[in-house]
Structures are given as structure tokens and as C-alpha cells.
Design a protein around this ligand. Structure first.
Ligand SMILES: [Zn+2]
Length: 267
């Protein structure tokens, strides 16, 4: 195809910005990024809820400022990653989490979800989805690498008991199989373009094959090997397949804004 293709702006709604530098975020801005959701991850190792709340405070203060100074819009998602549940104090965490989310400016819950699907994880996920409903916030729900379909089914069952509108949920790290299971749920469908998840070509083939309805592309970039430029790579893989610009823009920009509650309109 002759000439340069249009630069399509994008929003990345799953970035562990605490593990990325201001310089990297500036390069992301130059590549067409307009904003990122700074998502609490499995920083892990917290012995008690207070350690986790200090981590929330850091994301809200330092990482939010770092992202904004890079010229990007920032949303902060706070929550307990299933791989980062504090060793002790689950009851206290269930009681205190709502206040911590308010105190540290949470604009979404995330990332939350199931990893091993044990009792503790299920209990906490229900509480967090209930809090999202109470606080009027969207929620980014992780699905694990192992046993993804089972974890997704359980997560949807817990969601149905939580009172949270599926329209406010991003089911993340879906693949070709789990996408089919998730499609009837009414949730946003997250494709993470990431070395351990989907490469740009697979994500592009999914959008090309089924259309962009309810699809949200993100990077899940952070400290683990990951692709800072996941979205530009996905955009060019979609352009290579001649996916229309409007469909690409929906999957990498508009749906993320709608999920975050910033934009009304059609899926
Ligand atoms: Zn993540």
C-alpha cells in the first residue's frame, strides 16, 4: 500500500505504569497514545492490607503524576490482583478496601479476578465487584493463563451475584476460546497484546474475523516481559488485514473510553 497509513490515536486501559518510566510513557504519547489506565498489579509480598494501601497511594500520587507529565491522560484503577492478596487480614481488607479506594482516588477497580480460583480469591472478587457497583466504578477483571475457561465461568457467576452491571466490566486477557464464552455476557471483551497472551497478528485476526463489537485492546505492559508498543503493533496488524479505520479506532480507542465511562454511543 503506497504512502504512510493514518496515525490512529489509541487509549491503553491496562498499563502497570509503576513499572514503566516517564521516558517510555513519552514515547507512547509520540506513537499516538492519548491516555492510559494505571492499573494496580500483583506487586505482591504485602503482609497486611496497609502495605497494599500504601501501594495504592503511590499509584495515585507518583504514577498518576508521571503519566500526566508525559502528556497522557491518566485513569487510576485500584484493586487486589489475585496473585497479590495480602498474607493476612482478609476480613480487615474486605472492611477497609472501600475507604482505601475512595481515599486514593480510584476511577476503576483493577485488576481484580481469579487466578487459582480458591475460596479467598472468590470471596474477595465478589466484594470488589460489589464495591464497584456501590461506588459507580468500572472494573477490570483478569483471567488467568491456566484454566482460563473455568475461571471465566466462575467470574461471570460471581459477577451475576454482585449487582454490578456487566456493561461496566472489562473481561481481560481473553483468547479465541474464552472470547466465545464471554460474548453473551454483556461485558467488554479485552484482548491483551502481550508476549504471554496474544501477539498483534492474533488480536488483529480476531477483530477482522468477528468485527470490533465490544472489543477493547490493551497491552498489560509492566515489569514482566511485555510490549510497550502493543497497540501500535495491533493497529498496523489490523491495517495489514484491511480492517476499516473506524473498526480499528473502536477497538483501540472508543470502546476503552466507553468502558471508562467517558463516552456514550454505539458499540
Ligand atoms: Zn495486568
Amino acid at each position: 500500500m503506497p504512502g504512510r497509513m493514518a496515525l490512529i490515536p489509541f487509549i491503553d486501559p491496562h498499563v502497570h505504569a509503576d513499572s514503566r518510566s516517564g521516558e517510555e510513557l513519552g514515547r507512547l504519547r509520540a506513537a499516538g497514545c492519548e491516555g492510559v489506565a494505571i492499573v494496580a498489579g500483583a506487586a505482591g509480598g504485602f503482609s497486611c492490607p496497609e502495605g497494599l494501601y500504601d501501594y495504592f497511594r503511590r499509584l495515585d500520587r507518583l504514577d498518576r503524576r508521571k503519566v500526566e507529565r508525559s502528556g497522557l491522560r491518566a485513569w487510576v484503577a485500584l484493586g487486589v490482583h489475585p496473585a497479590g492478596i495480602p498474607d493476612a487480614g482478609l476480613d480487615a481488607l474486605e472492611d477497609g478496601l472501600g475507604e482505601a479506594l475512595r481515599a486514593h482516588g480510584a476511577q476503576a477497580l483493577g485488576e481484580i479476578g481469579l487466578e487459582r480460583c480458591d475460596e479467598r480469591e472468590q470471596r474477595l472478587l465478589l466484594r470488589e465487584l460489589e464495591l464497584a457497583a456501590e461506588l459507580g466504578l468500572p472494573a477490570i477483571v483478569h483471567t488467568p493463563r491456566e484454566d482460563k475457561a473455568r475461571a471465566l465461568g466462575l467470574s461471570l457467576e460471581i459477577l451475576s451475584r454482585s449487582g454490578l452491571d456487566p456493561e461496566r466490566v472489562l473481561l481481560d486477557h481473553l483468547d479465541e476460546q474464552t472470547l466465545e464464552l464471554a460474548e453473551g455476557s454483556g461485558c467488554w471483551l479485552g484482548l491483551s497484546v502481550h508476549p504471554a497472551k496474544l501477539d498483534p497478528e492474533r488480536a488483529a485476526a480476531i477483530v477482522d474475523g468477528r468485527g470490533p463489537e465490544r472489543i477493547v485492546v490493551d497491552s498489560d505492559c509492566g515489569a514482566n516481559p511485555s510490549w510497550l508498543f502493543a497497540l501500535p503493533a495491533a493497529i498496523s496488524a489490523m491495517q495489514d488485514l484491511s480492517v476499516p479505520d473506524a473498526a480499528i479506532r473502536a477497538a483501540v480507542h472508543d470502546h476503552a473510553l466507553r468502558f471508562l465511562g467517558e463516552l456514550a454511543g454505539e458499540t
